[in-house]
Design a protein around this ligand. Structure first.
Ligand code: ATP
Ligand code: MG
Length: 562
């Protein structure tokens, strides 16, 4: 298969200046960048905020919030004062080191302030996704026997205190009087100084539940030491320079929104854009223009939606500041990369990591050629391999289990209440951490995601990854999105079945199915062509990160929904 590669853009990239391909790199080399290296005193919140103020950068804009009808900014000094006031309120209400503090707030500077205030006093923060309903909120807080929650009145209908017996105190960010403590009102009465509670690098920092793509979400606890890798990937993968205006579109309830929406940009001292509100192409292009975003981190589902808009829509907006675009969360279809390159003149840099890994491990560095379809190569300091069922390394281009050599600085601290689960990530013993993803690595070390281990389709003895077919389907003019699964079949074991969402102006028909099937057959492989096609208005997706839920499609299939 010939791949049209995309050469590196010309730019002054930090990774290119500080590291060259083939150079050794060890995470220890950057320990001296942190204040704790000199002082022995550790706290993520300090490194994110206070140190910049101490270094004379207090006047720099830390947060730039935009939503319909509201726009505010916080300098680093203002952020420091707010965080301190909130931390004082939390402390006076009993929050102490090691406690869980859940934060259930919309995308807003208050969400950042709440998280940092909890962290500053050594608590473990649990950000909850803004669209969670009662059950999701309850399950997570109960699982941790959480005592503290910071939320907003408009979210309270989804918090049922009777169902969460451990919950002692609820803080709300609204100023009105009510049965809960108004943290904003109380904070106004406080002085803006707070004695940081110093912790160990190994102490708990945050808990995030995985997306639940393959089963029940797992509670993953991370430690303060994560900052080492989160800072460094912010510097080398996101290429954050202090002058950058950076926008990560994820809500902190998804690990990306915390690590790359809160920690990494603040550690690097840049201006973080926060957009309150939902996706619309107009709103998002508007944010890029209005805030002058230079570095933008989003997800394939958003890029696909932008691609499906009226051609030329982007021309109504001034996107000239934008210089670096990244993606994460699910496979990034080559078609989307080519479209973005043609339309915006920008490369989309795919990155791969998991809730458990705490930071990016595989990525397209800005200095590297992109091979569309590949999520990139292991970043400096990371070693990856593709293993067979017995844990042996496979040769180039053979599909197997993606594995990473442990350990790295942001590796999870523990799986909450499930220590046995931790070991299941190391099924072959030794140091190979298994992601649960299938991939192959080409001779240049580029890794090509093939699907979840659970999603592999076995048809007439051929192992087929759903992603390659989905990407091929996207090249067909009628196809907007698709989800491909294996349907049990007596003769072949499984057959390929595709659920397809059509672009506007197309209607599902037997003829169109035939055309699509023929298209995959002639341009990919006969055995990959979906024997069955179902047209659907929408695909089931994970609530937080918008990933296509193939296990839900398998359920549809089993129950004969479509
Ligand atoms: P759960 O573990 O609960 O089933 P999840 O794996 O989707 O859910 P996350 O930790 O949010 O939870 O996502 C990590 C997974 O997302 C990876 O294992 C991988 O399957 C997928 N992923 C992340 N980035 C990429 C990428 N760039 N390309 C392809 N897949 C990706
Ligand atoms: Mg997972």
């Amino acid at each position: 298969m010939t791949t049209v590669t995309i050469p590196p853009a010309k730019g002054d990239y930090q990774v290119g200046r500080e590291w060259r391909e083939g150079d050794p790199f060890h995470w220890k080399e950057i320990h001296s960048r942190f204040t704790w290296h000199g002082t022995g005193k550790v706290n993520m919140a300090y490194e994110c905020v206070d140190r910049h103020v101490a270094e004379g950068k207090g006047d720099k804009t830390a947060l730039h919030f935009l939503s319909e009808g509201e726009e505010t900014t916080y300098t680093y000094a203002e952020l420091q004062r707010e965080v301190n006031r909130w931390a004082r309120v939390l402390q006076q209400n009993g929050v102490k080191k090691g406690d869980f503090v859940f934060v259930f707030l919309p995308k807003h500077p208050f969400c950042h302030i709440a998280m940092l205030a909890a962290i500053k006093l050594g608590a473990v923060v649990g950000p909850l996704f803004e669209a969670f309903m009662e059950e999701a909120v309850k399950d997570r807080i109960n699982d941790c026997e959480g005592e503290y929650l910071i939320t907003d009145h408009s979210f309270l209908d989804r918090v049922i205190p009777e169902d969460i017996p451990s919950l002692k105190t609820i803080f709300v960010t609204d100023k009105q009087d009510g049965e809960y403590i108004s943290i904003t009102k109380e904070a106004e009465k406080e002085t803006p100084e707070f004695e940081t509670v110093w912790v160990d690098l190994e102490d708990g920092l945050n808990i995030h539940y995985t997306s639940g793509s393959t089963g029940k979400p797992k509670g993953i606890i991370h430690a303060h030491r994560n900052m080492i890798q989160q800072y460094q990937t912010g510097r080398w993968v996101l290429d954050l320079h202090e002058s950058d205006v950076y926008w990560c579109t994820a809500h902190p309830g998804w690990v990306t929104g915390t690590v790359y929406g809160v920690f990494a940009p603040l550690l690097n001292g840049v201006t973080t854009v926060i957009h309150g509100g939902r996706f619309s192409a107009e709103a998002w292009y508007g944010v890029l223009e209005r805030a002058g975003v230079t570095v933008w981190y989003s997800a394939p589902t958003a890029f696909r939606m932008l691609k499906s808009q009226l051609e030329g829509l982007h021309k109504d907006y001034d996107l000239s500041n934008l210089r670096h675009v990244l993606s994460v969360g699910e496979p990034l279809n080559p078609e989307v990369i080519h479209w973005a390159y043609k339309t915006w003149g920008l490369r989309i840099h795919d990155t791969w990591w998991m809730t458990e890994t705490g930071a990016q491990l595989v990525a397209n560095l800005p200095t590297r050629t992109i091979k569309p379809g590949s999520m990139g190569r292991p970043i400096p300091g990371i070693k990856a391999a593709v293993l067979d069922e017995e844990g042996r390394e496979l040769p180039a281009n053979e599909t197997g289990h993606l594995a990473i050599q442990a350990s790295w600085p942001s590796m999870m601290k523990e799986v909450w209440k499930n220590p046995e689960k931790y070991n299941t990530y190391f099924p072959f013993g030794g140091n190979w951490y298994l992601a649960g993803d299938l991939a192959y690595m080409d001779e240049d070390g580029y890794i090509f995601f093939q699907g979840r281990s659970d999603d592999m389709i076995n048809s007439s003895g051929e192992r087929i990854g759903p992603f390659e077919i989905e990407s091929k389907l996207m090249e067909h003019p009628a196809v907007k999105e698709s989800g491909v699964i294996g349907k049990p079949d007596d003769v072949r074991g499984e057959i390929v079945k595709a659920y397809i969402v059509l672009n506007e102006g197309y209607e599902g028909s037997e003829e169109l199915s035939k055309d699509i099937r023929g298209f995959v057959k002639s341009s990919l492989a006969a055995h990959a062509a979906p024997r069955e096609i179902a047209f659907t208005a929408e695909l089931p997706k994970t609530q937080i990160s918008g990933k296509v839920l193939r296990r839900e499609l398998k359920k549809w299939e089993k129950e004969g929904v479509l």
